[in-house]
Design a binder for this molecule. Structure first.
Ligand SMILES: C[S@@+](CC[C@H](N)C(=O)[O-])C[C@H]1O[C@@H](n2cnc3c(N)ncnc32)[C@H](O)[C@@H]1O
Length: 249
């Protein structure tokens, strides 16, 4: 048997947040658990309240419609899943998965109440070919091993099913990257702290920008999708920074 490839981390270790690689997943789970009550307030700050509309439009652009069985992986408080359900008048076939109990408890307050499962992206408790589409909203950078996570997603998709990964990619221009970094890395955490009173919520927003800035480039993500057996992986870009990765199982 060929040797197993090394894990493909989406970003290097970030020592401002955890000391060793092995501590990364516990750090991520704990910070989402602790900040879950403020999550939807927090994401409204950088997106000026447009995040729900953006997610809804992105789903439609990539083939979401009534009748499609959708797994919203890393669902968090269920923003992508709710956008999907709303566009089908609540009749969509949507399951949300997340490893953070805190986030899932928040999601339980909404229409995803009975459609939530606690799991990580690399160990999905579903049979092969259970879904027609998988969405991953602004969470890929938290997976420990991109290839392993993409392989698991391909397993639970039907052949020909669609994977849609939404991420933010820093702009190429140094000036634009510097300006966005000032806003996302400094101003947004400050506003988050003022609005929520939670130092952890402000820390999560700083982490959000640091993981965005240090994330592997789009070519590596497209390569990992192909390595995991996905067909025709491609990246569409909206508003210069929103990457929409699309691939067929
Ligand atoms: C920034 S939130 C995104 C929530 C939602 N998808 C959205 O669009 O707002 C990231 C989510 O990824 C989840 N997450 C972190 N590591 C994960 C993993 N290994 N597998 C699945 N989900 C993970 C976190 O618990 C958190 O809820």
């Amino acid at each position: 048997m060929p040797p197993k490839p090394e894990p493909l981390a989406p970003h290097p270790d970030l020592s401002d947040y955890y000391a060793r690689s092995e501590e990364r997943s516990a750090f991520v789970r704990d910070i989402f658990d602790e900040t879950a009550p403020w999550y939807e307030w927090m994401i409204a700050i950088p997106s000026f309240g447009t995040g729900f509309r953006y997610r809804s439009d992105a789903l439609a652009r990539h083939g979401w419609r009534a009748g499609v069985r959708l797994l919203d992986l890393a669902t968090g408080t269920g923003v992508v899943a709710r956008a999907a359900l709303e566009s089908t008048g609540g009749k969509g076939n949507v399951i949300g998965v997340d490893p953070s109990l805190g986030m899932l408890l928040e999601a339980r307050n909404g229409p995803m109440r009975d459609r939530l499962v606690e799991a990580t992206g690399t160990a999905l408790p579903f049979r092969d070919g259970s879904f027609d589409m998988i969405s991953v909203g602004f969470a890929m950078r938290h997976f420990g091993d991109l290839r392993a996570a993409f392989e698991e997603m391909r397993r639970v998709l039907v052949p020909g099913g669609t994977l849609l990964v939404l991420e933010i990619t820093p702009p190429r221009s140094r000036i634009a990257r510097g300006a966005l970094g000032l806003y996302m890395g400094k101003i947004v955490p400050l506003l988050t702290r003022l609005r929520t009173g939670s130092p952890e919520a402000a820390r999560l927003m700083r982490y959000y920008w640091d993981t965005t800035l240090h994330c592997v480039p789009p070519e590596v993500i497209l390569g990992a999708l192909a390595d995991a057996g996905f067909q025709a992986p491609r990246r569409d870009v909206e508003l210069a920074v929103f990457s929409e990765y699309n691939a067929r199982a």
